[in-house]
Design a protein around this ligand. Structure first.
Ligand code: ATP
Ligand code: MG
Length: 410
């Protein structure tokens, strides 16, 4: 039996959720733009992964690219998802999974993985012969990226697919789909995903009980609402999402706001890596996690070495000496500064928000959860979230050491 017959006769079965039907009612190349936006765990990524695999089997010469705005490594691409699907569906004999791409065994087809920010208007021309571009996390695409990509994917019958978790109504991808008559777009959520696990449903229910507007955004895929009184406004974050390349930095710190217990409901441990060059600050990584002290201490020390940092800064309000002890168990010699919050959170956060306002901070990567915490923290919030706390400690330490800080740190 040929592979096409195998698909037709359902030997290779693709069980797509009902929400995806409108997306594939058209012919090849019509509509040109196909998109699913919505909340977490709706099955958007697995769906496009399957469709792509199916296209590659139907036409083994298909050339596809999986695109993101920023792709720091293959780890942050859809490669693993595609590889897992190929293996779990028993389709490995159609593909060769190579280190940085997936190749068709029966034709010239390939799937490659790239970040738009790594492209220039010249380099993007290498994609002109591609049949499919799938943009994941498309809420992060800049208008420049869309403007570069769209005319590049120009082959007869080529298509561009988008999947995303809505963030702001004004995001370039939202604008792109407004009044776009060559497109089909569905809005989905986890309740429409027949494969959604009980665990995920429970997580969503917990989120709904705790904070309905966050639930609506994260799980139902509504736009993120501006939070009244929030210290960080959306334009301030936008201003920070502007980096091209991380320069040689004068100083780098790893800041940690530790959670001392690691139960399922316990706090996250905020871990932020940040650096400084003159009056400019760079957020390099957000490694926050929910884990035992041994695990977060290991993550912090690894980040210290990976980034060749100068110092680890830890808030010790809860953990006291324990924090230093667990870090020293992993590495006895790391330079370490404990900081204790005696002033109000908001007083510590304000000067840092001011740095954003002045456009002095750059986010070198995609830090959506951190950014969500920043734009939802207000003076009335009972507690500031852990990623944000770690960020404030990191930038406080870095700006203090410029020698011209205008505030004291307690
Ligand atoms: N076609 C499918 N076959 C098998 N499992 C699926 C399928 N679609 C979704 N799932 C399962 O449903 C869950 C939801 O998928 P996933 O979280 O990747 O969706 P998503 O909409 O891309 O979410 P996110 O916005 O978090 O990226 C996953 O646990 C996945 O295993
Ligand atoms: Mg996804």
């Amino acid at each position: 039996m040929s592979h096409l017959q195998a698909i037709d006769q359902g030997v290779i079965s693709f069980a797509h959720p009902a929400w995806s039907r409108p997306l594939f009612e058209g012919d090849r190349g019509r509509p040109r733009y196909r998109a699913a936006k919505g909340g977490r765990a709706s099955g958007k990524s697995p769906f496009f992964a399957e469709i792509l695999i199916k296209r590659m089997i139907e036409n083994p010469d298909t050339k596809a690219i999986c695109i993101r705005e920023v792709q720091r490594s293959l780890e942050f691409s859809s490669k693993q998802l595609l590889a897992d699907k190929i293996i779990s569906m028993g389709l490995l004999h159609y593909f060769e999974i190579q280190q940085n791409r997936i190749r068709s065994v029966f034709g010239e087809g390939i799937i490659i993985f790239q970040g738009m920010q790594d492209h220039t208007s010249d380099s993007v021309k290498s994609l002109e012969g591609f049949d499919i571009a799938w943009c994941e996390e498309a809420q992060s695409l800049s208008s420049r990226s869309i403007e570069l990509l769209d005319p590049t994917i120009r082959k007869e019958g080529s298509e561009i697919w988008f999947s995303w978790n809505p963030y702001k109504k004004t995001d370039p991808v939202e604008e792109f789909f407004r009044d776009n008559d060559q497109s089909v777009l569905v809005h989905v959520n986890y309740l429409e995903n027949p494969f959604c696990s009980e665990n995920i449903k429970e997580m969503a229910a917990r989120s709904k009980a705790q904070n309905i507007s966050k639930y609506n955004h994260v799980w139902l895929g509504d736009y993120m609402k501006d939070v009244e009184g929030a210290l960080w406004k959306d334009p301030m974050i936008r201003k920070a999402q502007n980096f091209d390349e991380v320069p040689q930095l004068e100083r780098i710190v790893v800041a940690i706001d530790p959670a001392v217990t690691a139960k399922e409901n316990s706090d996250e441990t905020g871990i932020i890596v940040a650096g400084r060059l003159g009056e400019r600050f760079f957020i390099l990584d957000d490694l926050s996690l929910r884990a035992s002290p041994d695990t977060w201490a290991r993550a912090v020390v690894e980040a210290y070495h990976h980034w060749n940092a100068d110092r680890i800064v830890a808030e010790v309000n809860n953990g006291g000496d324990l924090v230093e002890k667990v870090i020293r168990t992993i590495d006895r010699s790391v330079p370490y500064t404990p900081v204790r919050a005696s002033r109000g959170k908001i007083l510590r956060a304000e000067p840092i928000a001011a740095l954003y306002e002045q456009g002095k901070v750059s986010h070198c990567g995609e830090f959506r959860e951190l950014e969500d915490q920043m734009t939802s923290y207000t003076p009335l919030s009972k507690k500031s979230p852990d990623r944000l706390d770690a960020l404030v400690w990191a930038l406080t330490e870095l700006s203090r050491s410029t020698g011209q800080a205008v505030w004291r740190i307690s």
